[in-house]
Design a protein around this ligand. Structure first.
Ligand SMILES: [Zn+2]
Length: 113
């Protein structure tokens, strides 16, 4: 379950940020995940609760935004959303493709004080 590792890193980063900012409590953490990261929001949420327990982040609300995957064909240039496990270009069938969105994993913003 990779949610546990992500949540632990997340709680650590947020905690560090909050202590550098001199905050007493973190109220909200907005995170963005690409669809291909395949996090289960509920699992991430509960792992985050566990990791943040007893810290300034303990009561923070975790807001998870999932960015849909988007690819671009390097052959014909068409952008498209991959359907299921079929990643080849939907216009020309080329398999020379690049991922534009889908592997994001970052903290968008942290609110607190
Ligand atoms: Zn194409």
């Amino acid at each position: 379950m990779h949610e546990l590792r992500i949540a632990t890193d997340l709680a650590e980063m947020v905690g560090r940020y909050a202590s550098e900012a001199g905050w007493k409590a973190v109220e909200r953490v907005n995170v963005t995940f690409g669809q291909f990261i395949q996090v289960v929001p509920d699992l991430l949420e509960s792992a985050f609760r566990e990791a943040a327990r007893g810290t300034v982040t303990a009561d923070a609300e975790l807001v998870i935004e999932i960015v849909p995957a988007e690819m671009r064909c390097m052959h014909c240039g068409a952008p498209y959303m991959p359907a299921g496990d079929l990643h080849a270009c939907q216009s020309c069938g080329s398999e020379e493709i690049e991922l534009i969105h889908g592997k994001e994993l970052f903290i968008k913003s942290i609110e607190g004080g």
